[in-house]
Ligand binder design. Structure first.
Ligand code: GDP
Ligand code: MG
Length: 454
């Protein structure tokens, strides 16, 4: 996520380090490079101009505080202005109204509207305990309605049926009526993709909007379209009063131009980021966290939230208890850990959020292969419960049996056992040191640190 921009900026900002103090002269060159980095990231020109101007104004003449170097002071200013340009703080959905709260989704074809309906429904249901109903008013694309139905089933929220011969307005009205009768908290209305220049289609969605009067009208847009995302959002907003933007496919966006342009160009907040195809790959948008991510300082808060959300609470508690009872960490626990890591978007998903990780060379990143988790799990699956509890039993013939059972080689089994031993050591340390230690140790798990020697 935003890798190119992060790399450029961190290289640039390093250059300020070590110089005297922040004067117009000593930041001139860096500012020029920041400007280039933003333009390369496809940030819209008016945003770049305003941003550079504000950073300059904030920086020039500033007293560098004793505890910081000029470079650090400058980064602090850049960070603050990055936050400001993205909207200062998180804008959550505002669903306060007579229920059901209606959310209308709009956007171009393929932007990720339907996927986002599913993700958002799941999130509202799971984290806010809302009773959610979804409905599709996409009567144009074959199978669009079915797509939403399948998705709703997958994430366990209710789906209101519709058919392609109905009018979108009637579909939305019927769903909301049903929502009222059955005491739903939220009704999310999915719509067909459309271009803002298509008058007829825009009239249709304006009509739907006027009829159902949603509390939230979200524009869903693909981050990979860069500053175009901001421009189409603005064009839509001129026809349809938007309350916010969902930026999708951020996982594939190395540049960050959309994230940095949308707020300034449209005046509307980004409310969510879509960060993957899976149904839990939706994150509330926090400008401060994204700013630190862009600056390569990691995103500890998001990571911690991820951990809290995804780690299976019962298993985590069982594990904690086990520590207390001093029974120690066995292969079954290791197996559970692997599964939980997978739930958190795999190793790469986690590493992305750790400070400094964006500076890892690509070939090192490649070695942190999520497929390896699958293999590791398969190996443990081939062990008996007794072997999982007492790894010291696993010797020659058992190793051969396990390798055969999991479709791997004995050397793979050996590697897993070695990794397990390292994990076990780390767990012991964690018992003593808590989160801070864990973070330090996770870095130690990187290639070279020995966790995945290859
Ligand atoms: P719609 O036409 O706007 O309803 O778009 P869909 O929801 O059908 O999504 C179009 C494609 O984008 C699908 O293949 C989705 O899996 C994919 N997609 C949606 N959101 C994301 C995201 O945040 N990340 C990634 N990588 N893919 C996404
Ligand atoms: Mg769709």
């Amino acid at each position: 996520m935003f890798d190119n921009l992060t790399e450029r900026l961190s290289r640039t900002l390093k250059n300020v380090s070590g110089r005297g103090r922040l004067t117009e002269d000593n930041i001139k060159e860096t500012l020029r490079e920041v400007r280039m980095a933003l333009l390369e990231a496809d940030v819209a020109l008016p945003v770049v101009r305003e941003f550079v101007k504000r950073v300059k104004e904030a920086a020039v003449g500033i007293e560098v505080s004793k505890s910081l170097t000029p470079g650090q002071e400058f980064i602090k200013i850049v960070q603050k202005e990055l936050e400001a340009v993205m909207g200062e703080s998180n804008s959550a959905l505002d669903l306060t109204c007579q229920p059901p709260a209606v959310v209308l989704m709009a956007g171009l074809q393929g932007a990720g509207k339907t996927t986002s309906v599913g993700k958002l429904g799941k999130m509202l249901c799971e984290t806010e305990k809302k009773k959610v109903l979804v409905v599709s008013a996409d009567v144009y694309r074959p199978a669009a309605i079915k797509q939403l139905e399948t998705l709703a089933n997958d994430v366990g929220i209710d789906f209101f049926p519709s058919t392609p011969d109905q009018k979108p307005v009637d579909i939305a009205k019927a769903a909301i009526e049903h929502g009222k009768l059955k005491f739903y908290d939220v009704v999310i209305v999915d719509t067909a993709g459309r271009l803002h220049v298509d008058g007829e289609m825009m009239d249709e969605i304006k009509d739907v909007h006027a009829t159902i009067n949603p509390v939230e009208t979200l524009f869903v847009v693909d981050a990979m379209t860069g500053q175009d995302a901001a421009n189409t959002a603005k064009a839509f907003n001129d026809a349809l009063p938007l309350t916010g933007v969902v930026l999708t496919k951020v996982d594939g966006d190395a540049r960050g131009g959309a994230a940095l342009s949308v707020r300034h160009i449209t005046g509307k907040p980004i409310k969510f980021l879509g960060v993957g195809e899976k149904t839990d790959a939706l994150e509330p948008f926090h400008p401060d966290r994204v700013a630190s991510r862009i600056l390569g300082m990691g995103d500890m808060l998001s990571l911690i939230e991820d951990i809290e959300r995804n780690v299976d609470k019962d298993k985590a508690e069982a594990l904690a208890k086990k520590f207390k009872n001093k029974k120690g960490f066995d292969l079954q626990d290791f197996h559970d850990q692997l599964q939980q890591m997978k739930n958190m978007g795999g190793m790469m998903g986690m590493l992305d959020k750790l400070p400094g990780m964006s500076n890892l060379p690509e070939d090192v990143k490649d070695k942190v292969d999520d497929k390896m988790f699958v293999q590791m799990e398969a190996i443990i699956n081939s062990m008996t419960l007794k072997e999982r509890a007492r790894p010291d039993l696993i010797k020659g013939s058992r190793k051969k049996r396990i390798a055969a059972g999991s479709g791997t080689q004995v050397q793979d089994v050996n590697r897993l056992l070695k990794q397990f031993t390292q994990m076990q050591k780390m767990m012991k340390k964690m018992q003593k040191g808590g989160m801070k230690n864990m973070m330090r140790n996770m870095k130690g798990m990187m290639p070279g640190g020995g966790m995945f020697p290859r």
